[in-house]
Design a protein around this ligand. Structure first.
Ligand SMILES: Cc1cc2nc3c(=O)[nH]c(=O)nc-3n(C[C@H](O)[C@H](O)[C@H](O)COP(=O)(O)OP(=O)(O)OC[C@H]3O[C@@H](n4cnc5c(N)ncnc54)[C@H](O)[C@@H]3O)c2cc1C
Length: 324
């Protein structure tokens, strides 16, 4: 497998995340463009059972059923992946910008002394290696970067590609590499579930997002009601997260998450470039705004001009009536 391209895919509750499946699809596409072998690496409890789900995206799967016990999963993943990299010598390893993905990447960099391209929004195969796109200056420019060595890590944002099944699934290898590192002992002392994250914005097919137009934390009530009625998740702009109206887990944009739902309802959101870069690839964008000249009108598929406090409750009632 020397020279291969790998993806390290996150799992949640024993299943690969959508972001993980996107990385597998991207790795498969890069492997074909570069004529190099590919693999998806899954580490954690239930990795073997989840392997077939990720194999459907094309790359072969290396499944490591490691139990983290009280240790952070990123540390357990990094030491196993470092051992595998030393043994099999892939050239490029893609990871996600999730919390675990970033932690794993940081430890891998330290263990392997590999360079990394971070916050990458797209990757293609260039003449002799991967070329990564990174959005800079608040989304006003997109740069192209290459690694200066013939190996390295590439940390990819969600929604760089859509997860797709390949024409044939990859094979699955169940392995148990000895941890190739002696990491400082870190113990997880508590796990806190976020109360309002019933549907996570990364996985949601519908997002109803609120901006400064909701007026305050209580203004998110009408946003949540519509999200619940549509079976979707609640998103937010940085302005409202910085104001403490809702948690950072909901923030969409340059310094938040990138999302790609089928439907994105933006209520009281002006459509600043830093917000746009995180949601512009959504299927259908519906904006509700008092100001017909708000920048979001330029890229929304539908603009409803009016007060969100009048429109959202009526929309919610209409959705509930249809579903009753
Ligand atoms: C380096 C950097 C990184 C950033 N990262 C992000 C990021 O990740 N995500 C992000 O979102 N922003 C980010 N920002 C901030 C961004 O520039 C904007 O300030 C922010 O997106 C604006 O949020 P908003 O649309 O909620 O607020 P505003 O721009 O204030 O817009 C509020 C909108 O609500 C409308 N409105 C008001 N009342 C109502 C009502 N009752 N009914 C209907 N409409 C109403 C108004 O007409 C207005 O269009 C970043 C900025 C910088 C400099």
């Amino acid at each position: 497998m020397a020279g291969a391209i790998w993806a390290v895919c996150d799992m949640v509750d024993g299943l690969p995340t959508r972001h993980g499946r996107e990385l597998a699809t991207l790795t498969w596409a890069l492997g074909r463009a570069a004529s190099r072998p590919t693999a998806s690496v899954l580490v954690g409890p239930g990795a073997s059972a989840a392997a077939d789900a990720i194999a459907s995206h094309g790359p072969d799967v290396l499944a490591v059923d490691a139990d983290p016990g009280e240790r952070p999963i990123a540390a357990v993943t990094a030491e196993r992946v470092a051992a595998l990299i030393r043994e099999r010598q892939p050239a490029y390893v893609l990871l996600g910008t999730s919390d675990d993905g970033r932690d794993t990447a940081g430890i891998l960099q330290a263990l392997l002394e590999w360079g990394a391209l971070v916050n990458v929004s797209a990757v293609r195969w260039g003449d002799d290696g991967p070329v990564a796109e990174v959005s800079v200056f608040g989304g006003r420019l997109v740069t192209e970067s290459r690694l200066t060595q013939d190996h390295g890590l590439i940390i990819v944002r969600p929604s760089a590609v859509a997860a797709e099944a390949a024409e044939r699934p990859g094979g699955v290898e169940r392995i148990d590499p000895a941890p190739g590192a002696d990491l400082a002992p870190v113990r997880v002392v508590d796990r806190v579930g976020e109360a309002s994250a019933a549907v996570s914005i990364e996985e949601a097919t519908v997002i109803v997002a609120g901006g400064r137009g909701v007026g305050g934390p209580e203004g998110f009530g009408v946003v949540r009601d519509l999200a619940d009625a549509l079976g979707g998740a609640v998103g937010a702009t940085r302005a409202v997260v910085d104001s403490g109206w809702i948690g950072y887990a909901h923030q969409i944009g340059q310094t938040g998450k990138s999302v790609k739902p089928q439907l994105y309802v933006a209520a009281g959101i002006s459509g600043a470039i830093q917000h746009k870069v995180g949601m512009q690839t959504s299927g259908t964008i519906v904006a509700i705004n008092k100001d017909p000249d708000a920048p979001i009108a330029e890229f929304a598929d539908m603009m409803v001009v009016g007060d969100l406090f009048e429109i959202l409750p009526r929309l919610t009632a209409a959705v509930r009536a249809r579903r009753a």
